[in-house]
Design a protein around this ligand. Structure first.
Ligand SMILES: [Zn+2]
Length: 414
């Protein structure tokens, strides 16, 4: 018997028909392999993005339980200096703008290793972290940040309220896009929020993803891709009003949204909100054609990348990668580019060296290998930090080496 599989919008529930981009079958982008694992089966999952023609939520089809992705998540936020600076600046802003003090309660959802809450603790402001990955929550506890090892949703919010915990500020950085049960999550946010409290959430901005063709930032851990238009509708459905928004450079272009209870009208809606909504509409984010055009642009980018790889190999050039970010795995798997094109990639993280990229099985080596092998082309996979890499690796010019970036288009530069 043939069973039809239908997908439904995780916000509004209508059935999904329009494909924004189909990246084929891909392994989990953070599933780096050991040498032994190269001889075993490797799970691949569909990486297909739909857009809901009713609410315009861009989303992956559901395919696997989130526990298998997040329970032993290898990402420790504190490892990145620039991310710590970002967190510290956010805390200074929030404390001043919302008058937070020793009588306030901060709750961070997906609090990771306490990278952000530590700055509230340093100011004597009570905090509670919520983090589903046990090994990461332990790291937070060790630095004195009370952390619940749980997934956040309505159920947990009710438990917290029942024991007298409600928040003046609920923080969520790069969690909203990762939530499979979106309505349950936002409903939980509302329950947890004090009558005059504020919620802030940071996530990559769909507008930037589309304009800059950042399709490599699509991977299985990211279930949803938000415009301001759609996130505002999601919050409004749970009686929460967005009263401000900041556009940030993080992760290729992110939004920081500010929400309050609908009834808490003391905080007026800032003109920035209506201004950005208008810009999104002008960019066509409420027209299905815009998304179908994006799908074609992604295919054209693939052809140009492969054209570059084929030409380079036919000319007898050698190519190496720089970096082993999740986005590189989406890109290389979509291109089908293995060590037939890239001999290896390098990464500064000792946790990744000696491993292999998921799917493509390209080895991850120490950056020193570049000096000994002198590749003609160094393909920068984390394009968001390309300036930093160009400076660090400027010496490849000594042997005529050139830098290559592939997103949004192939650019070769000396
Ligand atoms: Zn929808």
């Amino acid at each position: 018997m043939h069973v039809m599989h239908a997908c439904y919008c995780r916000f509004c529930g209508v059935s999904l028909r329009a494909t924004m981009v189909d990246l084929g079958m891909s392994p989990l982008a953070n599933a780096y392999l050991t040498a032994e694992q190269l001889h075993q089966m490797e799970p691949f999952y569909p990486l297909r993005v739909y857009v809901c023609e009713h609410c315009w939520l861009v989303q992956l089809e559901s395919f696997t339980a989130p526990e298998s992705i997040f329970s032993d998540y290898a990402y420790f936020s504190s490892y990145s200096d620039s991310w710590l600076q970002h967190a510290k600046a956010y805390v200074a802003m929030a404390v001043e703008r919302f008058n937070l003090n020793a009588t306030s309660q901060i709750v961070e959802v997906a609090s990771n290793d306490g990278y952000l809450l530590q700055y509230f603790v340093a100011r004597g402001i009570p905090v509670l972290g919520i983090e589903p990955a046990e090994n990461i929550a332990e790291a937070a506890e060790q630095r004195g940040i009370q952390t619940l090892v749980q997934f956040f949703g309505e159920g947990l919010a009710k438990q917290l309220v029942a024991r007298g915990t409600q928040a003046d500020l609920v923080v969520g950085n790069n969690v909203l896009a990762h939530v499979p049960e979106l309505n349950d999550f936002v409903s939980g946010l509302r329950l947890l929020l004090k009558p005059h409290g504020v919620i802030t959430m940071e996530f990559p901005h769909l507008l930037r993803l589309m304009v800059e063709k950042q399709f490599d930032t699509i991977y299985h851990e990211h279930f949803s891709y938000f415009s301001l238009h759609t996130v505002r509708a999601v919050f409004a459905a749970h009686s929460l009003t967005l009263f401000d928004v900041d556009e940030l450079p993080t992760h290729g272009g992110s939004l920081l949204i500010y929400a309050r209870h609908k009834e808490d009208t003391a905080r007026a809606v800032h003109p920035r909100v209506t201004e950005l909504l208008a810009r999104e509409e002008a960019a066509g984010l409420q027209c299905v054609e815009t998304y179908l055009t994006f799908a074609e642009e992604v295919k054209a980018t693939k052809r140009r990348c492969l054209e570059f790889f084929l030409q380079a190999k036919q000319q007898g050039k050698t190519l190496a990668g720089y970096g082993a970010p999740a986005k590189g795995n989406t890109l290389l798997n979509y291109l089908g580019a293995r060590n037939d094109f890239l001999d290896y990639t390098v990464d500064r993280s000792p946790h990744k060296q000696g491993h292999f990229l998921p799917g493509t099985h390209i080895p991850i080596l120490h950056p020193d290998v570049i000096t000994s092998t002198k590749p003609d082309y160094l393909v920068i996979l984390p394009w968001n930090i390309q300036e930093e890499i160009r400076q660090q690796m400027a010496y490849i010019r000594d042997w005529g080496g050139q830098f290559v970036t592939l997103i949004p288009d192939v650019v070769v530069s000396g």
